[in-house]
Unconditional design. Structure first.
Lengths: 86, 987
């Protein structure tokens, strides 16, 4: 069971959290101006890397924070977020 | 025969405490401190089980958790546990144990006939059988299931309680043998200043591990005394916790480990420890390997270390006369000590041409004959060993030279070397390195905050184990030691020569022989994982603790590869089997998940209302009167709302409080319709999409103040909607100034519905003007109802004039009673979820069955709600071509042609009434027996349904009526069956 670093509560066990998917996906600010292909990519396409993966977690049974974690999908190591805007 | 094989002295048992137990219905006696295995051996019981596939007679092989054969069913009634290892079951007075996999009796077993047909039960037997015509399998399966398998599951519910504990420790030490205890001592010493928390767990009833199996000296004292002193010293420390009969069975991510502890903890007999450790010291020891010779499964063929263990731990001789087969020095100590204890040792056959010098000296001094370069060529005796044939091996080790020597004996002690128990290291994702000297894998690159020490790290000598253990915990202590545990490198002959047709078992538990492995290799199973699945080698309750090694070595030989190139199967938790109850703990029955009850729950139950689940909520279905059927009650309740007035508990709808200057903007982005111009004091029906354009949730949201809204969600999606709003606010729209919070729990809500609803509420409030002009549809008013502070919403799910009264949850009972009292002279009727469902279907309101994640707003006839002048979640996806083509399933109503007919639940919509295949036009989503229309109606999703109004189609369900199937001819209509103009709710 992972230990997940909540920015508000510190390291807490995984079962207090919900997984929120790829943390690099940003909602287009003007969806009407986005091409069909780009919108399709935003809604459906996700990378499935073996290795570091920036992802969202939600501290559902805690402070309700949504935050990003960089996790190695192979080893489950939690790595430093290289760039908060990534 | 009473404990004829018990030595007159020695062993860690309490001879003052005689214990009586039964095995297969026969009474036996042992001592407190015995395991079932040691007590049976003390009583000379050799035959303890039948094997998995061939039903061969089997006896005890090992000493602890590695035992593959001696599986028993222990207990009575609900306390029965199958597949327990007799080597780990402590006996107690009245214990009832049974052997498994035999019928009718252990001694006379019909299944043993399988042995005669062994050539029809080769590796992959199951898979090959599957290739026969499928219909045959149904017949095979019943027979095979009876013949093959392990213990029977219990017939009754388990009455025992199970506990869970969480521990956060600085150091967890798995295993309390020499390495583990040395580590604990060093850790305790080094933590003196810091008070670091140390947890030591051992799977056995007592600490000491291999130190209990034979004489040794540590720190100038006999090992047993050292163990006792060390345990006492550790027990005295407040920061050290010692657990016995506690198996560290799982090593998960981020140094999270699980321990199954057996004992008595209040009412519980087992306890699950969930441990987060800063550091883990693995001191789990090594497992002795058997050797693959002819008939190596006969009762009386045992591991040499186990024979030695029974001698010293329990004072039990495993036989009268012993022959030894070994490939290393360790078994010599066993032979010498057995002889000193009064057993006869016929000979030591050593696969090595040159046994170790110390070992030979030991044998000579004990007067035991050694046969270097010899092996067991065969075993006589079926239900117990009666003798062995020893022969000299040829130079290549693949055949015999010279004649066989027949030796009478009732025990064969076997040692094939030691395999480090790397399970936890591997579970933690550590790598393994092949060690040629050990002929075994040992821990390589590790992963996680762990270190392996002692025999599990491939270090077999006592002084080395102690030093490694201490060093793993920071060192600082020195423990000089001498032991009789000789441990010369094993000379591996993975397959000892045998005559034609002789069975050499690799996996005793699953009846996998050397030929099965060879056959699998011939058939192309090169991967060790495939070998496991194909032959079942390494499966079962022992997961191949004594067999995996041989299996992969033989596979390597058969496929001309080096053993490390073959590798091992993946080690997964649990290390030893654990009961499901352990994981459930107290989280069962009422505690399996939280139950949500409205303020009126007890009242609903007191009325005798059948309760139904809505997510975690309990809701009343209807309130049948004495002698009234459920359907009659629903009909009565519906008609009361249509004709008079009804009252229903609607607390469970999700409520989200939304506050902040950007609250209206957030709603604009969440809902497909517009919110900024909604006046204070009014509400609006909103529809929410997923980002892929499908309808997700709906509900009425009210504007309480300029910057304050109250959103209602469906009961099912309350938590998910809040989560999604938090996600968007925190990650995508952090600039929006708005807070959201769930207030579902804070409110009690009751709807008063029906033509007389206003009249009823007028009796209960003085400060809210209930007139149609002052309190129009979709308005919200604050004031008092029955003297209680309340919010009153004029909304309607039933299609009737309707008010939803919200009061503080604690005021719910008072409000309800006041409404009942006031309603008495109006003949107020209380109604439940079933009537509510009928009312909403008559009105064509969508709910969960229609919002199935595949319907768009347009599919539901709500396309006009999409506001063209703003974006919202999911709106861009509405341009997808597939959502705008003809042929989509659209919401319609269905009326049954036959007034006495029934539209079947979950029916498919088809054009013709005929057998055989035909195109499906859609499906029924919700059905109701409408008291107003006096017939069966339904909502359905039908292809191009809006263009089919007036058409007749069929609703068909092949599974209705218990599989007989049912048809109904129906007319397609608009989804609103009743009062389509909505005149009643505006009245």
């Amino acid at each position: 069971m992972l230990l997940i670093p909540c920015p508000h509560c510190g390291e807490r066990p995984e079962n207090e959290f919900s997984y929120g998917g790829d943390g690099t996906v940003e909602r287009p600010t003007d969806p009407a101006a986005v091409s069909d292909a780009d919108w399709h990519a935003y809604v459906y396409r996700r990378a499935n890397p073996k290795g570091p993966h920036v992802e969202y977690w939600y501290h559902q049974f805690g402070c309700r924070s949504w935050f990003k974690v960089r996790r190695d999908t192979h080893t489950h190591e939690i790595l430093p977020l290289e760039d908060e805007t990534s | 025969m009473s404990q004829a094989f018990r030595l007159s002295e020695g062993g860690g048992i309490d001879r003052a405490q005689l214990v009586t137990f039964t095995f297969d219905g026969r009474r036996y006696q042992g001592y407190a401190g015995d395991t079932l295995a040691s007590a049976l051996l003390a009583n000379g019981v050799r035959l303890v089980g039948r094997s998995f596939k061939y039903h061969r007679p089997r006896g005890v092989v090992g000493l602890g958790s590695e035992e593959p054969n001696a599986l028993v069913r222990v207990g009575r009634g609900g306390r029965v546990t199958p597949n327990l290892r007799a080597t780990q079951v402590p006996i107690e007075d009245g214990l009832v144990a049974e052997s498994q996999n035999r019928w009718p009796t252990l001694d006379w077993d019909l299944g043993a006939i399988n042995s005669r047909f062994a050539r029809f039960l080769p590796a992959g037997f199951y898979y090959k059988t599957f290739m026969a015509p499928a219909a045959w399998w149904m017949t095979y399966e019943k027979v095979i299931r009876r013949m093959a398998g392990l213990g029977k599951p219990p017939e009754h519910e388990d009455p025992d309680a199970y506990e869970k504990r969480h521990a956060h420790v600085d150091i967890l030490i798995a295993g309390g043998g020499p390495a583990g205890l040395a580590a604990a001592l060093a850790a305790a010493r080094n933590a003196k200043e810091t008070g670091k928390r140390i947890l030591v767990a051992d799977e056995n009833p007592a600490f000491g591990g291999s130190l209990l199996n034979g004489p040794a000296m540590i720190d100038g004292r006999p090992a047993a005394a050292w163990v006792e002193e060390t345990v006492a010293a550790l027990q005295a420390l407040p920061n050290v916790t010692l657990l016995t009969r506690a198996t560290v069975f799982g090593y998960y991510d981020h140094d999270f480990l699980t321990i199954a502890e057996h004992g008595t903890f209040g009412a519980a007999r087992q306890r699950l420890w969930k441990v987060r450790a800063k550091k883990v010291i693995l001191a789990t020891g090594a497992i002795e390997r058997p050797l693959a010779f002819a008939d190596n499964d006969r009762p009386g063929v045992m591991l040499a270390g186990a024979v030695r263990g029974y001698l010293h731990r329990y004072g039990v001789r495993c036989g009268d006369t012993m022959a030894v087969l070994t490939n290393n020095d360790a078994a010599y100590a066993c032979a010498a000590e057995a002889k000193a204890a009064g057993m006869a040792v016929a000979a030591i056959a050593d696969l090595r041409a040159e046994p170790g010098a110390d070992a030979l000296t030991l044998a000579r001094e004990a007067g035991i004959a050694v046969l270097p370069g010899h092996a067991v060529a065969g075993v006589s005796g079926t239900k117990a060993v009666q003798g062995v044939r020893l022969r000299k091996l040829n130079a290549a080790g693949d055949g015999f030279d010279g004649p066989a020597m027949r030796i009478a004996c009732d025990l064969v002690a076997v040692s094939g070397g030691w395999t480090p128990a790397v399970h936890l290291h591997s579970q933690a994702k550590g790598k393994l390195d092949w060690d040629e000297d050990l002929a075994a894998f040992r821990p390589g690159r590790r992963f996680g905050a762990n270190v392996s020490a002692g025999a599990c790290n491939g270090t077999l000598d006592l002084a080395g184990c102690l030093a490694e253990g201490a060093a793993a915990a920071g060192g600082g202590i020195d423990l000089p030691a001498t032991g009789s545990d000789l441990s010369g490198a094993p000379h591996m002959l993975w397959r000892i020569p045998a005559g034609r047709g002789a069975k050499r078992f690799v996996d005793l538990q699953n009846d996998v022989t050397t030929s099965d492995v060879a056959l699998a290799a011939r058939e192309g199973y090169r991967s060790v994982e495939h070998l496991k699945r194909y032959t079942t080698l390494g499966m079962g309750t022992d997961q191949g603790k004594t067999s995996n090694h041989h299996g992969l070595a033989l596979l390597a030989g058969a496929t001309d590869r080096a053993i490390p190139d073959v590798g091992t199967t993946t080690f997964r938790p649990p290390y030893t089997p654990v009961t499901v109850g352990l994981f459930a703990g107290r989280d069962k029955d009422a505690f399996a998940h939280p139950v949500r009850r409205t303020a009126l729950h007890d009242w609903h139950v007191a009325q005798g209302a059948p309760m139904t689940d809505a997510g975690l909520w309990k809701r009343p279905q209807a309130y049948p009167r004495p002698g009234e059927s459920l359907n009659d009650a629903i009909r009565r309740e519906v008609l009361a709302v249509r004709d008079n007035v009804g009252l229903v508990d609607v607390t469970t709808l999700g409520k989200i409080d939304i506050q902040g200057p950007d609250a209206a903007e957030l709603l604009n982005r969440m809902y497909i319709n517009a919110w900024k111009k909604l006046p204070v004091g009014k509400g609006r029906y909103g529809l929410m999409l997923r980002e892929d354009g499908m309808v997700w949730d709906d509900g009425v949201t009210m504007r309480l103040a300029e910057h304050h809204f109250l959103m209602t969600t469906t009961t099912a999606n309350a938590a998910a909607v809040l989560q999604q709003m938090e996600f968007l606010l925190q990650t995508q729209w952090p600039d929006l100034k708005v807070f959201v919070n769930s207030v579902t729990e804070h409110w009690f809500a009751a709807a008063v519905s029906g033509p007389n609803a206003r009249q009823l509420l007028n009796k209960l409030t003085t400060d809210i003007d209930m007139s149609n002009d002052a309190f129009p549809m979709m308005a919200i008013r604050q004031g008092t109802v029955a003297g209680l502070p309340a919010r009153v919403l004029r909304i309607s799910f039933s299609g009737e004039l309707s008010y939803e009264v919200n009061v503080a949850a604690d005021d719910g009972v008072a409000l309800w009673q006041a409404v009942l009292d006031a309603g008495e002279e109006l003949d107020l009727t209380v109604y439940g979820t079933e009537a509510m469902g009928v009312l909403r279907i008559e009105k064509g309101h969508v709910a969960g069955p229609e919002l199935d994640g595949r319907t768009t707003a347009d599919d539901l006839g709500l396309g006009r709600m999409v506001n063209a002048n703003k974006d919202c979640i999911g709106k861009r996806s509405l341009d997808r071509p597939g959502l705008n083509e003809t042929g989509r399933l659209q919401l319609v109503g269905l009326e049954c042609d036959d007034a006495d007919g029934r539209i079947p639940f979950g029916a498919r919509i088809v054009a013709e009434h005929k057998d055989g295949a035909q195109d499906q036009l859609g499906h029924v989503t919700s059905i109701a027996q409408s008291p107003v229309l006096e017939r069966s109606i339904a909502l359905a999703l039908v292809r191009d349904g809006r263009n089919r109004h007036g058409e007749h189609v069929y609703a068909a369900s092949p599974t209705a009526d218990g599989g007989k199937g049912a048809w109904a001819r129906v007319r397609v209509t608009g989804p609103v069956f009743f009062d389509p103009e909505g005149e009643r709710l505006h009245g």
